[in-house]
Write a protein that binds this ligand. Structure first.
Ligand SMILES: N[C@@H](CCC(=O)N[C@@H](CS)C(=O)NCC(=O)O)C(=O)O
Length: 207
């Protein structure tokens, strides 16, 4: 594969980070050119909107001009472009379990991003505390489920582990006061080991 692929990218987007981690893990970094964008729902990118009507990143521009989104589709695409062990199991019960864990991690991200937009973008006098608390409850429940599945995450560094690590990294980055490690010691231990991986170190978000 040549670098005729363009990934709409931001170093602080956890969804983009999932894609970058998979590219690192599967030796495909050189196959894609990164195109940096800064965007929020209030400050959209016309270029991204043109390729993804949802106005979100990651979006992947293919050589033939077609576009893939969202992160789950792009992960699947890149997982079909390497010859190593698939990071998204192709079939069987393992596939559905690992994708469900990945989906749970995305649920953490979706709620955390909504909290971020509510507490950072929305004017202070219009903020709604109960709504933020509702999103935080989703994060708490998902973390509790991950704590119970921490051993499973350690089975292999695949789509489930990549997604969980990127979600936890985002919580540390944007919601450090959440102190999620206090109630999730097994998950914290797994994450601490996972963070040694070069793919996670190279993609850590920075302020
Ligand atoms: N479900 C999407 C979520 C992507 C997403 O929300 N990306 C954020 C950046 S972290 C974004 O583009 N936000 C801009 C907006 O919502 O307008 C995915 O998995 O790719």
């Amino acid at each position: 594969m040549s670098a005729s692929l363009t990934l709409y990218h931001s170093p602080t987007s956890p969804y983009v980070r999932k894609v970058m981690v998979l590219l690192h893990e599967t030796g495909q970094l050189n196959s894609v050119a990164l195109h940096g964008v800064t965007l929020t729902p209030l400050n959209p990118s016309a270029e991204v909107n043109e390729h993804n009507p949802a106005g979100k990143i990651p979006a992947l521009l293919l050589a033939d001009g077609s576009v893939l989104h969202d992160s789950r589709v792009i992960l699947d695409f890149f997982d079909h472009q390497h010859s190593g062990e698939p990071l998204i199991p192709r079939d069987g019960a393992t596939r559905w379990r690992r994708l469900t864990l990945a989906s749970l991690a995305d649920a953490v991200l979706d709620a955390a991003i909504l909290v971020r937009y509510e507490t950072f973008l929305r004017p202070e006098d219009k903020r709604w505390d109960d709504w933020v608390l509702g999103q935080c409850s989703k994060i708490d429940r998902a973390l509790e489920a991950f704590e119970q599945s921490a051993d499973e995450l350690g089975d292999r560094f695949d789509v489930a582990a990549i997604s969980a690590a990127c979600a936890l990294g985002y919580l540390d980055f944007r919601m450090p006061d959440l102190n999620w490690r206090r109630d999730c010691p097994k998950l914290a231990a797994w994450y601490s080991t996972a963070c040694q991986r070069p793919s996670l170190q190279a993609t850590a978000p920075v302020h």
